[in-house]
Design a protein around this ligand. Structure first.
Ligand code: NAD
Length: 445
């Protein structure tokens, strides 16, 4: 589904017209080049507060990339990174203010602001923890100021022993793949397994399952994982077999037509995987449906069917996989929630329940899975241009798009790229995170 307003705003004539009329002018976002993904380009200004814990380490690994690390941007434009982990008193917060006050005008269009902080629980004093919590509000507010230029701001919090895990999220945030991830807080913790890093083809030789892979976001996930070297096992309902088989053939993957709510589906899926590989790298629980109705008019069938697809089958598949050692030592479980599961939505009590429970799955499974070397994370997409959102009435659809700081809806690939990051082996310290991919939608923010 194309966004005519966004296209017009970025045309030569539209630019003049929109500016004369004082209309919002959302910027067309930079996205990964499919031929050369994970390319890090441009200039980066790296600032550090006094007592910053990670700035030197960040400077060291940025030197190994093609990014140009600058001490001063002057008249040039680039990305801005600030290590605020040392800020431990109200007075010291002036260092954060000072860095961005001086440099925010040097942020490039579609540029990135990344603030590094400490998870409050990892701070040594209550005052230090208190100040670090302030970074959430700072980043979310700054994101609202820069979004109209297509730029984003995100916060990376480092947990105890999480310093070994910060390179992957910083690289991801600086890449075009994070285009629609805005105003989010990622936590880097002690890696659950030893990490290997192949920044170009992180999934080479790895096998992953994607449910709902025949179309929409699931199709984009399968494409991104295959681009990154994976063999994808695509699952979708038997009615979508033709599209699924065609796609999987194109991507060099395997098609498994299967209704995940059918009797025995979880064991069938597990046995299919076991027959293919002794070590499954991950599963992305993407298949999902909506059955919108006001609660008083919702039928039992609308409630039950939705809960079965979005939640019951996810739990059964996890249980079947975790009964074996298929995912142990490096495996990834990724849920697909929704901002409806965070903010709630009229007519979506069933959907909101199921998607909130997906967040519950992350909260409850992450710790026990970490002990087995498995990470569990989820994305919570906002308005994404798919057949699901094309069915939304025109006015609501326009509002859904414009109510984000970036002034537009996301594309399936935006969700897929965040998932690609979650399942990359070098993201072994990213566990228990739920990341909204919504361009900072005001819903539930
Ligand atoms: P979509 O309807 O385009 O695709 C969903 C896919 O899941 C379809 O191919 C469908 O056949 C498959 N599927 C449904 N029931 C299944 C079953 N029982 N067994 C196997 N496969 C089944 O939807 P989408 O927009 O691509 O959404 C993908 C996921 O993202 C869903 O979980 C959805 O809730 C979530 N999401 C989407 C948006 C959005 O804006 N599009 C926003 C938030 C969350």
């Amino acid at each position: 589904m194309s966004d005519t307003y966004l296209e017009l705003a970025n045309s030569a004539l539209g630019k003049k017209l929109f500016s004369a009329m004082g209309l919002p002018e959302p910027v067309a976002l930079d996205r990964e080049d499919p031929e050369q993904p994970h390319k890090l380009i441009g200039k980066v200004l790296l600032g550090k507060a006094k007592g910053a814990l990670f700035g030197d380490q960040i400077g060291d690994f940025l030197q190994t990339t093609k990014l140009e690390l600058k001490k001063n941007l002057g008249d040039e434009k680039g990305h801005l990174i600030f290590d605020a982990s040392g800020i431990a008193s109200a007075e010291q917060s002036a260092q954060l203010y000072g860095f961005f006050h001086r440099n925010i005008k040097s942020l490039k269009p579609c540029g990135r602001v990344i603030v590094i902080g400490l998870k409050s629980s990892a701070a040594d004093t209550t005052e230090h923890g208190t100040l670090q919590r302030g970074l959430h509000g700072f980043v979310k507010s700054l994101a609202k100021e820069i979004g109209r230029h297509g730029a984003t701001a995100n916060l990376l919090l480092v947990d105890k022993r999480g310093e070994a895990a910060i390179e992957a999220p910083i690289r991801f945030l600086l890449s075009a793949g994070s285009a629609f991830m805005n105003a989010q807080v990622l936590t880097a913790a002690n890696p659950v397994v030893a990490m290997q890093a192949d920044w170009q083809q992180p999934l080479l030789g790895k096998m992953l399952v994607v449910t709902g892979a025949a179309r929409g976001i699931g199709l984009a996930i399968a494409e991104v994982l295959a681009r990154d070297g994976a063999v994808v096992i695509g699952v979708d309902v038997p009615q979508a077999e033709e599209e699924l088989v065609g796609t999987m053939r194109r991507l060099g993957g395997l098609a498994l037509p299967l209704d995940i709510t059918s009797d025995g589906a979880a064991t069938l899926l597990r046995d299919f995987c076991t027959a293919q590989t002794p070590a499954l790298h991950g599963i992305i629980h993407n298949a999902g449906v909506t059955r919108d109705k006001m609660l008083s008019r919702m039928t039992d069938h609308q409630w039950n069917l939705l809960i079965e697809v979005n939640l019951g089958s996810v739990q059964r598949i996890n249980a079947a996989l975790l009964e074996t050692e298929l995912l142990d030592n490096g495996g990834k479980i990724v849920g697909v929630a929704s901002i409806s599961g965070i903010a709630g939505n009229v007519g979506q009590t069933n959907y909101g329940f199921s998607k909130s429970a997906v967040i519950g799955m992350v909260e409850t499974l992450a710790e026990p899975c970490a002990a087995r070397g498995i990470t569990v994370n989820a994305v919570a997409p906002g308005f994404i241009e798919t057949q699901m959102t094309a069915a939304i009435p025109f006015i609501t659809r326009q509002m859904g798009r414009r109510l984000s700081s970036l002034g537009q809806g996301g594309l399936p690939i935006d969700v897929a790229e965040v998932i690609g990051f979650f399942v990359s082996p070098q993201a072994a310290g990213i566990n228990g995170n739920v990341v909204r991919v919504c361009g900072q939608s005001i819903l539930g923010a």
